[in-house]
Write a protein of this length. Structure first.
Length: 148
């Protein structure tokens, strides 16, 4: 479906896509949408592994299929496999891309990079002032009663 006209029409309706399965389509986006700015969020490896074990629906089954992990849901026994997935994912999918490290305390830097990828970045940045970056797969961030 990489260059299917229906898929391209659907994608043309959006300014932003995130997470599963879009990170696995980096090559496709770079080929067919060369002006696309791709950002990724990251965190320290051990934090990510704990999150994958704790939040089983956080892309876990998709990652298991993408990286050939034999078992899902994950447990502490899968830590070494998850470590391999983290390293492979960062080397293969994230290499060379601007990243937002969600473990860093400076939320303004995270918002600045994210807003730079969106339409009307200056307005986005102004609206984000004072809003904490969402953490730990919490509830959706709300800004004045609307989802950010």
């Amino acid at each position: 479906m990489e260059n299917d006209p229906k898929c391209r029409r659907l994608l043309s309706r959006f300014h932003t896509l995130s997470d599963t399965p879009f990170y696995a389509l980096r090559d496709t986006f770079e080929q067919y949408y060369p002006e696309t700015l791709i950002l990724y969020t990251t965190r320290p490896k051990n934090d990510w592994i704990r999150s994958m074990i704790k939040h089983q629906m956080a892309g876990g089954e998709f990652l298991a299929n993408l990286y050939g992990i034999q078992r899902y849901p994950y447990t502490e026994a899968d830590s070494c496999e998850l470590e391999r997935v983290y390293d492979e994912h960062h080397a293969k999918v994230c290499k060379g891309l601007p990243s937002i490290d969600i473990s860093v305390d400076d939320d303004s830097a995270k918002w600045e990079l994210l807003c730079s990828a969106l339409p009307r970045p200056t307005q986005c940045l102004k609206r984000s002032k004072g809003i904490p970056w969402p953490h730990e797969n919490g509830s959706p961030l709300e800004c004045n009663g609307t989802e950010a």
